[in-house]
Design a protein around this ligand. Structure first.
Ligand SMILES: NC(=O)c1ccc[n+]([C@@H]2O[C@H](COP(=O)([O-])OP(=O)(O)OC[C@H]3O[C@@H](n4cnc5c(N)ncnc54)[C@H](OP(=O)(O)O)[C@@H]3O)[C@@H](O)[C@H]2O)c1
Length: 330
């Protein structure tokens, strides 16, 4: 039990990742004590966490693989809330990311699903007040024969069988993890809220490049000459963090929340980037396809969520990549 005047204490899983690093920063800025789980606290890729403002007094790193229940439970013990962010995210570097996961069950699905259940079990044991689970629109959007142009909302669930037959293992991992989390919550009377972001962009705090940032970096580097001009949905990492904090703090928050800011054709993103940064080698050919989902973010907006303009997010992202030397030709 928290004593009067004691700092609020929360746990963030996968603290060194793209979204989690930004979340840890925001929590430290707000004066929280943060227990961050990382797989290897001594790895250089997590060093940025220790340099965040207030980190020396208020951030404690715990070594924990999601599949190690005892390690997860030690990080969660004593926390009033948990943000479960960690989950394997395959890179968009190759055309078929799943090709890198011949053993999808071990590399993707087990950490996502068993990992989430380990976190939730530890939350029950620690009597955590609320758990925010980061899911994805990957758990919303994979529905065969969905009418073109019809908006998807929180009632939409990716079809697991369809994910399996199309070998979309990441979507399957997120769908299984989120649905099992909500079932677990119901069964054990645990307060679990899930947030489903789309492609997350924005400045990186971590020294490594995560999958969604690589998507934008590859566009700027013109890694592919020819791309499909489908619809993509984007959200800024700062806005995702705002959404996570909002659903954590608002007592009325419950169930799932889609977190999408802008849905645009890829060519429009490239045109926007080109008008600000003309010197990069963008894709040259756009193959016209009428694909890509439309999402409703009404539920999150009803909680008071607002998002920044796409142009602002693109500028912040590019400035960060430039500063980090990620756009140079090698
Ligand atoms: N970025 C997006 O566009 C996007 C969109 C929707 C949803 N999401 C979700 O947001 C969350 C964070 O993604 P991100 O974009 O921030 O990617 P990220 O930077 O790759 O972060 C993923 C994190 O998960 C950790 N992790 C993976 N497997 C683990 C395991 N077995 N045990 C412990 N930790 C493990 C990684 O730790 P290591 O560093 O040790 O590998 C890393 O910290 C994920 O749940 C992802 O599905 C992301």
């Amino acid at each position: 039990m928290e004593k009067l005047g004691e700092k609020r204490r929360v746990c963030v899983t996968g603290a060194g990742g793209f979204i989690a690093s930004c979340l840890v920063k925001a929590l430290l800025d707000k004066g929280f004590m943060v227990h961050g789980t990382v797989r290897d606290p001594s790895d250089e890729k997590n060093a940025h966490l220790k340099k965040l403002e207030n980190a020396s007094e208020n951030l404690q790193l715990f070594k924990a693989d999601l599949l190690d229940y005892n390690a997860v439970a030690s990080a969660i013990a004593g926390c009033e809330g948990v943000f479960h962010v960690a989950s394997p995210v395959p890179s968009t570097k190759v055309p078929n990311p799943e090709a890198r996961f011949p053993n999808a069950l071990v590399e993707l699905i087990a950490p996502a699903v068993t990992g989430t259940l380990n976190v939730l079990k530890a939350c029950c044991e620690a009597k955590v007040k609320r758990v925010v689970v980061v899911s994805s629109v990957a758990a919303v959007t994979m529905i065969p024969n969905w009418p073109k142009g019809k908006v998807k909302d929180e009632n939409c669930w990716s079809d697991k069988e369809y994910c399996r037959t199309t070998e979309n293992w990441y979507c399957l991992s997120k769908t299984l993890a989120e649905s099992e989390a909500l079932e677990y919550a119901e069964k054990h009377a645990l307060d679990v809220v899930t947030v489903c972001p789309c492609m997350v962009i924005g400045p990186l705090l971590q020294p490594t490049v995560n999958a969604s940032s690589l998507f934008l970096i590859n566009l700027l580097k013109g890694v592919r000459d020819s791309v499909e001009n489908r619809r993509w949905s984007f959200v800024d990492v700062i806005d995702v963090v705002d959404a996570l904090l909002l659903v954590y703090e608002k007592p009325e928050a419950s169930g799932r929340y889609i977190c999408v800011s802008h849905t645009v054709k890829l060519r429009d993103v490239v045109d926007m980037l080109k008008s600000i940064y003309p010197k990069y080698d963008y894709p040259k050919t756009f193959i016209e396809v009428d694909e890509g989902s439309l999402f409703s973010t009404e539920k999150l907006k009803m909680l008071g969520w607002k998002c920044r303009r796409l142009e602002e997010s693109l500028i912040d992202s590019v400035e960060c990549y430039q500063d980090a030397g990620l756009l140079s030709k090698d």
